[in-house]
Design a protein around this ligand. Structure first.
Ligand SMILES: Cc1cc2nc3c(=O)[nH]c(=O)nc-3n(C[C@H](O)[C@H](O)[C@H](O)COP(=O)(O)OP(=O)(O)OC[C@H]3O[C@@H](n4cnc5c(N)ncnc54)[C@H](O)[C@@H]3O)c2cc1C
Length: 355
C-alpha cells in the first residue's frame, strides 16, 4: 500500500462511512488538507509525535513522511494505520477515521500578522499574553490552539491554547497563558523582558479539544498552563447554560503557582451550584496557611458510582499527567471515547526535539 510512484496530485480522499470527500493538493499532507476542508479530524501536535491523527488506509497509495513505528504499535501498523500529519498521497485513497463533529462549525486555519499588546504576570512563571491581530482571525472553538511565530526570534512555531472562550475575547484579540519553560528558547526570550509592541505571526485555529454536547457530568483535570483551554471550555459551557455537574481539579506546586482564582469563583457563582473548583497543591510547605487539598490532583478525584457510564473527562497539561489519568480512568471503566485531552508537548517530549 505504500507506493513508490511520483507525486502528481491533487488526489481525492474518501472518508469511509462519513460520506465525505476532499482533495489533497500537491505538497500538502493528509491532515492539513482535512483541516483546510474544515473536517473534525482528530489531531493535537501535527508533527508526528502525539499520534492523535491516526487513521486507517483502506485503499490507495501513500508516502509516509516519517517512520510511523515511533508512534504506532505493530498491531496498528499491521492493520494499515497511518498518521495523517505525516502522510502525503500517491493516488486517490479511502481512509477510515473516527470524527466527532462539534456543535459549532470548524474554521479553516489562516495565518495573520499581529502585535503583542499586553503581557501580564499571572504567576512567577506564567504570563498572560494578548496579541492584537492585523486581519480578522478565524473564529476558534473554546479549547483549540494557535501557532505563534516571532520572526527573527523563533522560526519554528510554538503552540498555545486560547485562554478565553471566543465570546469572552475582545474583537481582533487573542490571549494565551504562556509558562516559562527552563532553557526553552521562545519562553525564555518572552519572559526575559517586556515584549509589548513585538510583531508576531499567528496561525490557527487547530486542535480537536472542544466541548462535546452531552448531559453527562464533566470532570476536568489540568496543571500549570493547562488552565488556559480548560478555562475557555468552562466559559463556553457556562454560556451554553451548564446544565450538568462540572468538577475541575487544578494541580499546582505551591500557592504562588495558583492563578485565575477569581475567574473560577465567578464561574462557581454563575453556575448556580453546578460547578466545583478544587485546587490541589503538591509542594506547599507543611507549615503554611494553606487549608485546601495537598498532594496530586489526580489522587483527589471522587469517583461517583456512575463514573464509567456518566462522565466526560477533559484533561490538559504535561503528557505524563494525562497518560496517568487516562490509565486510571480506563481502569475505572471509562472508555477512551469519553476522555478528551490536549497534551502540551514541547521539544523535550517530541521525537528528536524541535531541531
Ligand atoms: C497543542 C499544544 C498546546 C499548547 N498550549 C500551551 C499553552 O497554552 N501554554 C503553554 O505555556 N504551553 C503550551 N504548549 C507548549 C508550547 O507549545 C511550547 O512547547 C513551550 O512554550 C516551550 O517552548 P520554548 O520555545 O520555550 O521551549 P523549547 O525551546 O521548544 O524547549 C522546550 C524544552 O525542550 C528542551 N529541548 C529543546 N530541544 C530539545 C531536543 N532536541 N531534545 C530534547 N529536549 C529539547 C528544552 O531544553 C526545554 O526544556 C502547548 C503545546 C501543544 C502541543
Amino acid at each position: 500500500m505504500f507506493g513508490l510512484f511520483s507525486s502528481k496530485g491533487p488526489f481525492k480522499v474518501k472518508v469511509a462511512a462519513a460520506d465525505k470527500e476532499f482533495a489533497v493538493e500537491k505538497g500538502d499532507n493528509l491532515l492539513k488538507a482535512a483541516l483546510d476542508n474544515q473536517l473534525a479530524w482528530p489531531h493535537n501536535c501535527r508533527v508526528g509525535s502525539c499520534g492523535e491523527c491516526r487513521c486507517r488506509l483502506v485503499s490507495g497509495k501513500i508516502k509516509p513522511l516519517a517512520d510511523f513505528s515511533y508512534v504506532l504499535n505493530s498491531e496498528e501498523m499491521d492493520s494499515g494505520m497511518i498518521l495523517a500529519c505525516q502522510t502525503s498521497l500517491r493516488s486517490d485513497v479511502e481512509i477510515e477515521v473516527s470524527m466527532d463533529m462539534p456543535a459549532n462549525p470548524i474554521s479553516k486555519p489562516e495565518t495573520t500578522g499581529g502585535t503583542i499588546i499586553s503581557t501580564k504576570s499571572l504567576t512567577h512563571d506564567i504570563l498572560e499574553v494578548t496579541i492584537q491581530v492585523d486581519d480578522a482571525f478565524p473564529k476558534y472553538l473554546a479549547g483549540q490552539y494557535a501557532e505563534v511565530v516571532v520572526p527573527g526570534v523563533i522560526d519554528k512555531p510554538r503552540s498555545y491554547s486560547f485562554a478565553k472562550s471566543p465570546d469572552k475575547e475582545q474583537k481582533n484579540h487573542v490571549s494565551f497563558y504562556i509558562r516559562h519553560v527552563p532553557k526553552g528558547e521562545f519562553t525564555t526570550w518572552l519572559h526575559s523582558e517586556n515584549r509589548e509592541g513585538q510583531k508576531v505571526e499567528v496561525t490557527g485555529p487547530f486542535g480537536s479539544f472542544w466541548h462535546r454536547e452531552s448531559p453527562k457530568q464533566v470532570l476536568c483535570l489540568a496543571g500549570g498552563s493547562g488552565m488556559a483551554p480548560i478555562k475557555a471550555l468552562l466559559e463556553h459551557m457556562l454560556s451554553e447554560g451548564m446544565s450538568q455537574q462540572v468538577t475541575y481539579l487544578f494541580g499546582a506546586r505551591t500557592q504562588k503557582d495558583l492563578y485565575c482564582l477569581e475567574e473560577m469563583q465567578e464561574i462557581v457563582k454563575l453556575s448556580k451550584g453546578q460547578f466545583t473548583f478544587i485546587p490541589v497543591l503538591s509542594q506547599e510547605p507543611e507549615d503554611s496557611d494553606w487549608t485546601g487539598l495537598r498532594g496530586y490532583a489526580i489522587d483527589h478525584i471522587q469517583f461517583t458510582e456512575d463514573f464509567a457510564t456518566n462522565t466526560h473527562a477533559y484533561l490538559c497539561g504535561p503528557p505524563p499527567m494525562i497518560d496517568s489519568a487516562i490509565e486510571m480512568f480506563n481502569a475505572k471503566g471509562l472508555l477512551n471515547e469519553h476522555i478528551f485531552y490536549d497534551k502540551f508537548l514541547d521539544a523535550s517530549s517530541m521525537e528528536g526535539g524541535r531541531a
